[in-house]
Ligand binder design. Structure first.
Ligand SMILES: C[S@@+](CC[C@H](N)C(=O)[O-])C[C@H]1O[C@@H](n2cnc3c(N)ncnc32)[C@H](O)[C@@H]1O
Length: 205
C-alpha cells in the first residue's frame, strides 16, 4: 500500500513541486510532533494539504473519529486516494485558499487544524485568507498546527499580528527529510481578530 502512496507523491512532486512543496511524505518523528496534542477531545478536525495521509492515519490512531475529519487537498490524485482510504472522512478536492464561499463548518465548531500546506510558496495575502477562515471555524482554545522546513514560523509576523494570533514552536523533527519544525498557532487572547494585535514567536530550545 505505502509504495503506491510514495509513488503518487513522487509523481506529484515531479509535476508540481511548488504545490507539493516536499520531496517525500512526512516521516514518523514529524508526524508525532504534528499530531501529539490532538485526540478525540478535539472533536472536529480539519487537515489542509494531507497528501498521502500520513498525519490522517496518526490522527485516527490518536482517537480522532474518521467521521470527524475533513481533508482539504487540491491534488486530484491524492484526494481520490484519501477518499478510498478514509471512506467516512469528508474529503474535499479543493484549494485551501478558496474555501471562502463554502460554508463547511459553523463558526467555532473545529477543535484543531493540521496543515501540511507549503506556506513558504504562498503569498502573504493568501496565507492571511487561509488563516482568517481557519480561525473563524476554530472553537475557543483550538489550535492550528503547521510544519515548516524553514528557520522560522512560515506565517509572516504581520499576518499573526493582523489576526491576533500567537505562534509557538513546539519542537523540531531532525530525523525527517528534510528536518522540520512544528508551530502551534492560537488566538493570542482566546478570541482571534478581536483583541489587540500581538505576536509572540517562541522557539523551543
Ligand atoms: C508538503 S506536502 C504535505 C503532505 C502531507 N501532509 C505530509 O506531511 O506528507 C503539501 C500538500 O499540500 C497540498 N496542497 C498544496 N497547496 C494546496 C492548497 N492550496 N490547497 C489544498 N492542498 C494544497 C499538496 O498537494 C500536498 O499534498
Amino acid at each position: 500500500m505505502r509504495w503506491r502512496e510514495n509513488l503518487t507523491f513522487l509523481r506529484a512532486t515531479r509535476s508540481e513541486l511548488g504545490l507539493v512543496g516536499a520531496i517525500a511524505p512526512s516521516g514518523p518523528a514529524l508526524t508525532r510532533l504534528m499530531t501529539s496534542e490532538i485526540g478525540r477531545h478535539s472533536g472536529l478536525v480539519v487537515e489542509l494539504g494531507p497528501g498521502t495521509g500520513v498525519f490522517t492515519r496518526a490522527l485516527l490512531k490518536r482517537g480522532v473519529r474518521e467521521k470527524d475529519l475533513t481533508l482539504v487537498e487540491c491534488c486530484r490524485e491524492f484526494a481520490e486516494m484519501l477518499q478510498e482510504q478514509f471512506p467516512e472522512a469528508r474529503v474535499l478536492q479543493a484549494d485551501a485558499g478558496r474555501l471562502r464561499r463554502q460554508e463547511l463548518f459553523q463558526v467555532g465548531a473545529v477543535g484543531a487544524i493540521v496543515s501540511g500546506l507549503p506556506l513558504l510558496n504562498m503569498s502573504t495575502p493568501r496565507i492571511l485568507t487561509i488563516l482568517r477562515r481557519a480561525f473563524r471555524w476554530m472553537r475557543p482554545g483550538g489550535a492550528f498546527y503547521q510544519f515548516t522546513y524553514g528557520p522560522r514560523c512560515p506565517v509572516p509576523k504581520r499576518c499573526l499580528e493582523r489576526l491576533g494570533l500567537r505562534a509557538t514552536c513546539t519542537g523540531r523533527a531532525l530525523v525527517n527529510l528534510p528536518p522540520a519544525s512544528v508551530y502551534r498557532i492560537v488566538a493570542a487572547d482566546g478570541d482571534a481578530e478581536a483583541g489587540p494585535a500581538q505576536c509572540v514567536e517562541l522557539v523551543a530550545p
